[in-house]
Design a protein around this ligand. Structure first.
Ligand SMILES: [Mg+2]
Length: 427
């Protein structure tokens, strides 16, 4: 993609406490060749370019560096060599690249093994980011890294970048689908108004996205186990309950009532009908307690829903029992921020297509946010919408999906619903 040169270029030289950053020249070729060839194992884990073949011949390395210098001079791309301020040794590199949108630059970096772990990259990235915001007309800087590259993520964090999303199935870095963490630092006072968002409808899941739910089921299941402990071991009880629940979904649907009936059925089966009326009553009480348990919003939900409602049409899309879900929504204090509530019996692609049709929104302008890959992410993508996955710390076995189902699927992952407004603004 050819980009217009930036009106204000990043600085040609930066000095920090321990480093000098300047554009590469062809004269750096022997030193660069030496460093790369002596750090192959260290660099190759994350840098696909660090191959012995590409660094065998000094003339070829020099040619590449001339290209970097030409791009720097023309305002297309800015690669800096990182030098030790005292002894002038080549310790690594840092670069600014025009990716991530018209108003953004991406920062990349590497350092040789024997100089890593001393905060030098953080020092370089912080200085460069400060300089860019001072001189260039960009609204934000990005750092992208593999989630397994903990050192790189630590640099982003220490340099004041915020983790905004993790892209799944991203093929940009190597051509192979992989996960990519996206970190961002924004200009403190944005110079340009944000671009209009690509979504009209933000649909939100309810259980374990807006309020705690699975923890309630887990706690109840613990008490159910105690009740049946005289008859069977825990693993057996859990497995049979899960089998009964799954079998009963098509009769009773999702939710507390179906779960309660499944507990009763499991208890009768596991005790070979020896369970008494008093114990059945205890199970019914467990169900009743679940239905009347206070609605506990997840951290950040109240404020975020409030903020989102100012810019988007919010639709609640949830499985489960109509009566129970409506009652929870009414008690949740966020109910009146939603322009529509869709309580559905199953979350599959057909259901989402029907929701989009009823809400009169194009699939491309619909984004679903939820804690279940199986229910809130995969079927939405299949229906042509976008999806944001915000994991909850407990996942019901029925909602788990294997990696095969996720291969090639592109969706965002956020740590907290608090990060949703920023993600939407840049989506
Ligand atoms: Mg959920």
């Amino acid at each position: 993609m050819a980009a217009e040169p930036l009106p204000n270029a990043p600085p040609p030289r930066l000095e920090t406490r321990h480093l000098v950053l300047r554009p590469w020249t062809a004269d750096d070729a022997p030193a660069l060749r030496h460093v790369v060839l002596h750090n192959l194992g260290h660099l190759q884990a994350w840098m696909p370019w660090a191959t012995p073949e590409a660094h065998e011949r000094v003339v070829e390395v020099a040619e590449r560096l001339r290209g970097f210098a030409a791009d720097f001079a023309a305002g297309r791309d800015w690669s800096y060599v990182m030098l030790d301020r005292v002894d002038g040794a080549l310790v690594g590199a840092v670069g600014l690249h025009r990716r991530g949108g018209p108003d953004a630059l991406e920062i990349g970096y590497w350092i040789r093994a024997d100089r890593s772990g001393r905060g030098l990259v953080t020092e370089a990235v912080t200085a460069l980011a400060d300089a860019v915001f001072e001189t260039c007309d960009v609204a934000r800087l990005e750092i992208r890294c593999d989630p397994r590259n903990e050192r790189s993520a630590a640099v982003a964090r220490r340099a004041g970048f915020r983790h905004v999303t993790t892209l799944h199935g991203d093929t940009r870095a190597t051509g192979e689908p992989r996960d990519t963490m996206v970190w961002e630092r924004q200009r403190e006072t944005p110079r340009a108004a944000p671009a209009p968002c690509r979504f009209d409808v933000v649909a939100l899941d309810a259980d374990d996205t807006l309020w705690h739910n699975e923890t309630l089921f887990t706690a109840t299941q613990t008490r159910f186990r105690e009740l049946l402990a005289p008859y069977h071991d825990i693993e057996h009880i859990d497995r049979r309950l899960y089998e009964t629940e799954t079998r009963n979904l098509r009769h009773f649907g999702y939710g507390v009532k179906g779960f309660t009936l499944s507990m009763i059925e499991t208890a009768i089966e596991l005790t070979e009908a020896r369970i008494g009326g008093a114990e059945i009553r205890q199970i019914l009480d467990l169900g009743r307690e679940m239905l009347s348990a206070p609605v506990e919003l997840l951290d950040g939900v109240a404020e975020t829903v409030e903020t989102l409602a100012e810019s988007y049409r919010l639709v609640l899309v949830t499985k489960g029992d109509l009566f129970d879900q409506e009652s929870k929504l009414a008690r949740s204090r966020v109910g009146d921020r939603f322009s529509a509530v869709e309580i559905v019996s199953e979350k599959d692609a057909r259901t989402y297509a029907a929701v989009m049709a009823r809400q009169r929104v194009e699939p491309a302008r619909f984004v679903m946010v939820g804690n279940s890959l199986r229910s809130d992410v995969l079927p939405v993508l299949e229906a042509g919408g976008a999806a944001v996955y915000i994991p909850y710390h407990v996942t019901w076995a029925h909602e788990r999906v294997d990696d095969v189902a996720l291969a090639g699927r592109v969706f965002a992952q956020l740590e907290s619903i608090r990060d949703l407004p920023a993600w939407l603004a840049h989506a």
